[in-house]
Design a protein around this ligand. Structure first.
Ligand code: GLU
Length: 510
């Protein structure tokens, strides 16, 4: 029988969610939705030493911003809770006991100092079948001594007793069959009495089993743990319901070799986190895609294609299209270079495709930093952004391009004045005012025709006149089509600006 698809994203709240983690969450989500399955968010907080306040909220907020929906989790609830590992101590204790009772695990009393001494003494020391009897544990010590130590409250750990020399087979949907020999594995710590918590390995396996996870989709960095996980499933008697493993390719540096890191982002000037993060300890601020002005849809589209492709050259995908098209067959084994320029390109494309009135709403908070948006109709703002959006990659850049639609120029670019403002210009501009005043239909096309005819008729220098005109209206010789600008500004405002320019601009001699 086909197994019901249940997947989980299982971050540890040790800091802000890295963009690679976001991609893992996204792929889990796409796969879950494609199969009508369930997406679980499990908080893996068993390493109390690495817990960072605020990290869990950050994860929730980031996923929500991106539209990665969660079906079961700490906030959402569900029938398989609690969804936070630190609240599942009783559950883990039970399985620690089961492994001990079955002789699949043992208790070890070695102190950190003793372990260190051993490492000094034996090169490449590994705690395993070949060395465990030299150590202080329930396999090497007499039973009554073990009991005495436990009764005395001696700190201990529980280690997995790995059988040497077995071929362990990991079946991975992207990587195929990976076989390794168990002798290279060490007897991993599964539980620590010091904080009465399991380690990642045990908690992860127990939870995947109890939460009936069908597919473990996670980053390639977890592949080395997979053989151990396979052995744990067997030891716990769950081999038959072991989830299908899927290890996603690494995200690589944009340049050079190796894994994408925060340092690459700092060095090359792009965020590696979805949202801005304020480190509670150091006070450091790390930039985020949201605060940089990326649209969540663009980030999703960009991330989806880092490790997956549709099998052809299509690049633009909505979330619904991704849900339909996504497949592990088209995920690469090779790491994906993090091409952040491509991220900008995606954002540009999404801005271009966005309806102007929608874009205007996103732009309003930026506008509000400079002027009161209530002075302008929604339609006016929409038309203004519509005229300049092709020139930007980010919403935040719209202000620089569209500024003159909202405030009159208060200065005029010197180099343009130098080049375009001639002794005869003020008279020509005064004339132009009269021409404009006489136009009944002030639409772009109509004004353009009339003004160009007037220029021709007087044999004026087209470039000089049009640029001087632009200089008075925009403040510099830049911007979209001149008559699109004047149509939107309207006749009165256009004329007022030319007049103000004539009054304020003085010839700069070359
Ligand atoms: N807690 C691990 C992490 O932080 C989970 C790895 C897994 O998905 O098994 O990524």
């Amino acid at each position: 029988m086909e197994r019901k698809v249940r997947v989980r994203f299982a971050p540890s709240p040790t800091g802000p969610l890295h963009i690679g983690g976001v991609r893992t969450a996204l792929y889990n989500f796409l796969f879950a939705r494609q199969h009508g399955g369930t997406m679980i968010l499990r908080i893996e907080d068993t390493d109390s030493t690495r817990f960072v306040p605020g990290a869990e909220d950050y994860i929730n907020e980031a996923l929500q911003w991106l539209g990665i929906g969660i079906d079961e989790g700490v906030r959402e609830g569900g029938n398989y809770g609690p969804y936070k590992q630190s609240e599942r101590r009783d559950i883990y204790r039970k399985y620690v006991k089961q492994l001990l009772d079955d002789g699949k695990a043992y208790i070890a009393f070695d102190t950190p100092q003793e372990l260190e001494a051993k490492r000094q003494e034996v090169a490449n020391f590994q705690y395993d079948a070949s060395t465990r009897l030299q150590m202080r544990n329930s396999l090497s010590l007499p039973a009554d001594e073990v009991q005495r130590l436990l009764d005395a409250g001696e700190k201990h750990v529980v280690r997995f007793k790995i059988e040497p020399n077995r071929d362990v087979v990991v079946n991975d949907l992207i990587r195929g069959v990976v076989t390794i020999n168990s002798s290279i594995l060490d007897d991993k710590v599964l539980y620590k009495s010091a904080d009465d918590l399991p380690t990642y390995h045990l908690a992860n396996i127990v939870d995947d089993h109890l939460m009936e996870v069908s597919h473990v989709i996670r980053g390639e960095e977890w592949l080395p743990s997979a053989p151990l996980h396979v052995l744990l499933y067997e030891a716990l008697g769950w081999a038959d319901t072991m989830p299908q493993f899927v290890h996603l390719p690494l995200l690589l540096k944009p340049d050079g070799k190796g894994k994408l890191s925060k340092r690459d982002g700092d060095r090359l000037g792009f965020p590696v986190f979805p949202l801005e993060w304020h480190d509670p300890k150091s006070g450091d601020i790390s930039s985020g895609y949201r605060e940089r002005g990326y649209l969540p849809q663009a980030v999703v589209n960009f991330l989806a294609l880092l490790g997956w492709n549709p099998g052809d050259d299509r690049e633009m995908f909505t979330m619904d299209e991704l849900i339909k098209e996504f497949s592990f067959e088209h995920c690469s084994k090779k790491g994906a270079k993090f091409d952040f320029e491509k991220g900008k390109w995606f954002n540009h494309e999404y801005l271009m495709n966005m309806a102007d009135d929608e874009l205007a709403q996103v732009f309003k908070p930026v506008l509000a930093q400079h002027v009161d948006p209530a002075q302008f109709s929604d339609q006016y703002i929409a038309q203004a952004v519509g005229l300049v959006k092709s020139r930007v990659n980010f919403v935040g850049e719209l202000w620089d391009q569209a500024r003159f639609f909202f405030v009159r120029p208060d200065s005029y670019a010197e180099k343009d004045v130098r080049k375009r403002w001639k002794p005869e210009t003020p008279d020509i501009m005064r004339d132009l005012i009269e021409v404009l005043r006489g136009i009944g239909d002030f639409t772009s096309h109509n004004s353009e025709e009339i003004v160009l005819d007037w220029i021709k008729e007087h044999d004026y220098h087209l470039g000089n006149v049009m640029n001087a005109f632009r200089l008075t209206v925009v403040g510099e010789c830049k911007g979209p089509h001149m008559f699109d600008i004047t149509e939107l500004l309207g006749k009165d405002e256009t004329i007022a600006r030319i007049q103000a320019g004539v009054d304020a601009i003085h010839i700069i001699e070359n």
